[in-house]
Design a protein around this ligand. Structure first.
Ligand SMILES: NC(=O)c1ccc[n+]([C@@H]2O[C@H](COP(=O)([O-])OP(=O)(O)OC[C@H]3O[C@@H](n4cnc5c(N)ncnc54)[C@H](O)[C@@H]3O)[C@@H](O)[C@H]2O)c1
Length: 257
């Protein structure tokens, strides 16, 4: 069976980079109209051009996902432009800084929570009512391996990704009889800007050495490509996964967690 989202409207947060850009492009390739949301304007507009260059339809809206008014604005823009929201890739996040908990600056902790938890919550709060009215919708939150496992010096990020699973499970059971499914993808390391930033901050030697050690510990010997995560997100947004809801699906090259 082929995934075809012609006539459907998708919303992607964090669409300027990494996994968000990959899933936005994948959605454009299978016919969805895509509203691209990110705080980064230039790179967000580049994602829009990439989709238009392959003949797709996309519109970029600059927004900070932790601000309720800006979230309402991106949801309203999708509704005013295309009149519906079928798919919501609730994906934007920030890794924070690398410190042990006792040294972690409170303002950085709060920023991580605001983007990763409040941002995901606000997206659900304003998108789900539209899907409930439609009696149809699929949400894919981007959680993480960090939803299950702790990493030293990434405490707030880890806590935030555990929280994303809590929101995913709660939303799923609240809308399960309204034609809406809510799932999460839980990637292990994915080769994006975020991972390169984390490696650069964690490395005691070179970031390349750290990367070689880490990829060697993954059963298939490599990090994920963002496109591979995007493929899973597309599956979870499609009717191929019609009985899957409230789940956090791991994509990690064979690691057992
Ligand atoms: N890269 C990995 O190894 C990995 C692993 C597991 C989960 N994830 C998750 O995947 C998702 C995407 O991350 P990525 O790896 O593509 O990283 P990335 O840094 O390439 O992309 C994140 C995007 O979110 C945007 N963003 C950050 N703060 C924002 C805000 N306040 N409002 C709007 N947009 C904002 C950034 O501008 C960026 O474009 C995140 O939820 C991340 O936690 C990544």
């Amino acid at each position: 069976m082929k995934i075809d989202f012609s006539g459907q409207v998708a919303l992607v947060t964090g669409a300027a980079g990494g996994i968000g850009r990959a899933v936005a492009l994948a959605l454009g390739q299978v016919g969805a109209k895509v509203l691209l949301v990110d705080i980064a304007k230039e790179a967000g507009l580049q994602t829009q051009s990439l989709i238009e260059n392959i003949g797709g339809e996309a519109m970029f809206v600059q927004a900070d996902v932790s601000d309720p008014e800006q979230v309402q604005n991106y949801v309203n823009t999708a509704m005013q432009t295309w009149g519906r929201i079928d798919i919501f890739m609730n994906n934007a996040a920030w890794q924070g800084e690398i410190h042990s908990l006792v040294d972690y600056p409170l303002e950085v902790f709060e920023k991580v929570m605001n983007i990763n938890v409040r941002g995901v919550f606000l997206g659900l709060k304003y998108v789900l009512p539209i899907m409930i009215q439609q009696g149809k919708g699929a949400v894919v939150n981007t959680a993480s391996l960090g939803s299950f496992l702790a990493t030293r010096k990434l405490g707030p990020y880890t806590a935030s990704k555990h929280a994303v699973m809590g929101l995913t499970k709660t939303a799923a059971i609240e809308v399960a009889r309204k034609g809406i499914r809510v799932n999460a993808v839980c990637p292990g390391p994915v080769d994006t800007e975020m991972l390169r930033d984390i490696e650069a901050s964690q490395a005691t030697g070179s970031a390349e050495q750290l990367r070689a050690q880490r990829t060697a510990s993954i059963p298939d010997g490599r990090y994920a490509d963002p496109v591979e995560v995007a493929n899973l997100m597309l599956y979870l947004a499609s009717d191929l996964s019609s009985h899957i809801t409230g789940q956090g699906i791991q994509i990690n090259g064979g690691s057992n967690y």
